[in-house]
Design a protein around this ligand. Sequence first.
Ligand code: NAD
Ligand code: GDD
Length: 322
Amino acid sequence: MRKALVLGAGGFIGSHLVNRLKSEGFWVRGVDLKFPEYADTQADDFVIADLRDQQICRAVIDQKFDEIYQLAADMGGAGYIFTGENDADIMHNSATINLNILETARKRNCQRIFYSSSACIYPSHNQEDPDNPNCAEDSAYPANPDSEYGWEKLFSERLYLSYARNYNMECRVARYHNIFGPEGTWTGGKEKAPAALCRKIAEVPDGGEIEVWGPGTQTRSFLYIDECLDGTIKLLRSDKLGPYNIGSEEMISINNLAKLIAELSGKSITINNIPGPVGVNGRNSDNKLIQAELEWAPSKTLKEGLSKTYQWINNQVHKSNQ
Ligand code: NAD
Ligand code: GDD
């Protein structure tokens, strides 16, 4: 039986990935500081552990896994990564995890390992125009990410590329662009814009007002979780190292995102744009490279994914009010 290890299996993408790998017949071990918050894990073995500890990494990578997915990180949306208050923790925690995991995997002869980098590695000077951002893979250097989170991701990308080069490991690196869907963080300060806006709209009555950070003209693209898993697994099993963007090219302004969610909710809302952590003015995935080299591209529209996400968050809001 094929064996997979999912690090960060208690988180949003990791918990969905465990389910996907189980449906493919894998034996799966998940590791995280916590169990998934919204559904029971389907992992065969779930270890609650802190991957900043190298001894723990040795204990959880105690055998040869066919596939390792390294998703564990100290991360969150704009309200977590752009305030500056969490910079030291983000850099220390995530870099330590990556250093520990790669070295342990190498020693255990686990060759094939996926690393989840981020669109946040791209230079801020290429993302000033909301209508025309440049996030092509080869635009990453000279580097100028707008957050310490992005700098840590860039460092760790280079770490994985170095292990591939020097130790012939089959490392695979993706740069995710804002992944969303049911069972993602929707409250508490780490939630990203799609979940935050779904929550705000679910919480107000018809005709109500919601607060949206920044001018609302800043743009992003959002990729639905199922599509993210397709791209992730395809990349890991390919013979290509990356880095590749895994994202959607359906760019939208944040105010228009709020309006689209309001339409799906059936409510009429007013948007109040307030000061807040904004990040770059514009960002969009550029899928030319991954489409050409891996024949991967998302197939669902933003509206389809948002519809499922809004329904799920609306239920969570109503449950938490009971
Ligand atoms: P998430 O926060 O839901 O999951 C990350 C998990 O890592 C959490 O469950 C957390 O408890 C775990 N973790 C953190 N520190 C740990 C430690 N010391 N030991 C063990 N586990 C630890 O985030 P996600 O959205 O599922 O993202 C998964 C990966 O993809 C992360 O590396 C993230 O940076 C990257 N990424 C995500 C997005 C996105 O939009 N979701 C975008 C770009 C990159
Ligand atoms: N989170 C959040 N909550 N964002 C809001 C809100 C709100 O209530 N209102 C407006 N926004 C705006 C933010 O100010 C930002 O300009 C935009 O929506 C997108 O915010 P996020 O979705 O939180 O983050 P991001 O796209 O800037 O960065 C995220 O995506 C990266 C990958 O593309 C983060 O999750 C990163 O961790 C991730 O790597």
